[in-house]
Design a protein around this ligand. Structure first.
Ligand code: AMP
Ligand code: MG
Length: 410
């Protein structure tokens, strides 16, 4: 059986970066990958301006100023933020200036308001010596025209949005978002609103919704959702409709029907329509997992147990979606930290186990606890988890105080 790492390597190896880009509105680009180099159209700051509220002066004219030896200068007209470029500062004067206001020609320093007094109308008493360039932000200090400010491939976060706005961009080219079809399976599964309680022997379809939410959380688009009964023909029909359409989806994620039950048709359908690249991974929860391609579409057959479906999505589908969307490999993996365990975790050697856990920081270290019963169908412990403890294949039982690796889900 393949290890988790081997399976992920195979999957990422088969996963391309999507060709094509979209020109999207600035805020729509949040979370996407930049598909163009952004060069500065103007200098930043655009003009020399004051970093503080204070007085623009010629530094040499403040020589000898101190708390008890003020230099008194007549005041020139005030320069508020947003004013046109001011006229030159007359020698021997000081101009009140606000943060962000243009520095007048002739001035080479700003004295902050904390270092002055105004004892006499029409004059200001400077009570600290200024040095040339004090509190001036010079034009082009941050960015010069034509500088590369953001390179194609970066993930657009709030800081990048701010920089794009600074560069006058209302729209920006981003890598196209992956389009995903979600297929749930099972004769026992009904719509969530089909009766209270659901009909005898039936369960509500949680997987379709949880997986759709995970697709969205990964920044991809839920293009279509469908439920099929345990039926080979219905399964093939759904898969081929999405994979062989004029505009095929990039990824199909199915849940359930991928094991060795008599009515598990996902694997036969994949083998008939496409190529299966792997099946079964040595992990818990989630051993039955099929991955392959149908036409140009990547196919993930996840197990049907709700937690197994979510864990395998997290470990294999999410990285693939991020790679498709153009994320750098260093941005694809979740953060991992070492945490101190608070309790005993029983582990049977052989498979890598992902324990739903709550991990917090306290006193400068991470502490982690399981969130409850770990059966692969028990979503309740998933709702309380913010992380997975990773119990290595060959580890025995772990105990309170042991250090364990934790994968953070936020
Ligand atoms: P399977 O992998 O199809 O054998 O399903 C494993 C378990 O997951 C069974 O108990 C199913 O009833 C349950 N299951 C399968 N699909 C869903 C679904 N869409 N929503 C909730 N539970 C499901
Ligand atoms: Mg089933």
């Amino acid at each position: 059986m393949l290890s988790v790492d081997q399976a992920l390597a195979i999957i990422l190896d088969r996963t391309p970066v999507l060709a094509g880009s979209n020109n999207v509105g600035l805020l729509m680009s949040l979370g996407r990958i930049l598909a163009e180099d952004i060069r500065a159209d103007i200098a930043i700051p655009p003009f020399d301006n004051s970093a503080v509220d204070g007085y623009a002066v010629r530094a040499e004219e403040t020589a000898g100023a101190g708390p008890d030896s003020p230099v008194s200068l007549p005041t020139a007209p005030e320069i508020p933020a947003g004013s046109d470029l001011p006229g030159p500062l007359l020698p021997g004067t000081a101009a009140r200036i606000m943060t962000g206001a243009p520095v007048p020609p002739g001035a080479d320093a700003i004295v902050m308001v904390e270092d002055i007094t105004r004892d006499l109308p029409g004059f200001v008493q400077i009570r600290a010596e200024a040095r040339s360039s004090d509190y001036i932000r010079y034009a082009g200090e941050d960015v010069k025209p034509e500088d590369l400010v953001l390179a194609s491939g970066v993930r657009i976060r709030a800081a990048e949005i701010g920089m794009l706005a600074t560069m006058g961009r209302t729209h920006v080219l981003t890598v196209r978002r992956p389009r995903v079809g979600i297929l749930s399976t099972g004769d026992e599964v009904v719509d969530v609103d089909e009766g209270v309680p659901p009909p005898p022997g039936k369960i509500r379809n949680s997987n379709q919704w949880a997986l759709a939410a995970m697709v969205r959380e990964a920044g991809a688009v839920v293009e279509a959702r469908i439920h099929v009964r345990d039926d080979l023909f219905a399964t093939e029909k759904a898969l081929s409709a999405w994979a062989f359409a004029d505009n095929p989806v990039d990824v199909i994620v199915s849940a359930g029907g991928v094991s060795v039950g008599d009515h598990d048709y996902v694997k036969p359908a994949l083998e008939k329509l496409g190529t299966m690249e792997l099946w079964k991974v040595a992990m818990k929860p989630g051993k039955p997992l099929a991955f392959g391609t149908i036409g140009s579409t990547l196919f993930f057959g996840l197990p049907g147990n709700p937690v197994s479906a979510m864990v395998t999505f997290e470990l294999f589908v999410r990285p693939a979606l991020l790679k498709l969307a153009g994320f750098l490999s260093e941005d694809v993996a979740r953060s991992r930290v070492r945490a101190e365990l608070t309790e005993t975790i029983r582990h049977v050697r052989g498979r890598r186990e992902f324990v739903r856990a709550r991990t917090i920081t306290t006193g400068g270290r991470y502490v982690t606890s399981a969130t409850g019963a770990q059966g692969s169908g028990l979503l309740h412990s998933m709702t309380r988890a913010n992380s997975f403890m990773i119990v290595p294949e060959e580890a025995g039982d772990l105990h309170a105080g042991d250090s364990v690796e934790v994968m953070l889900l936020t």
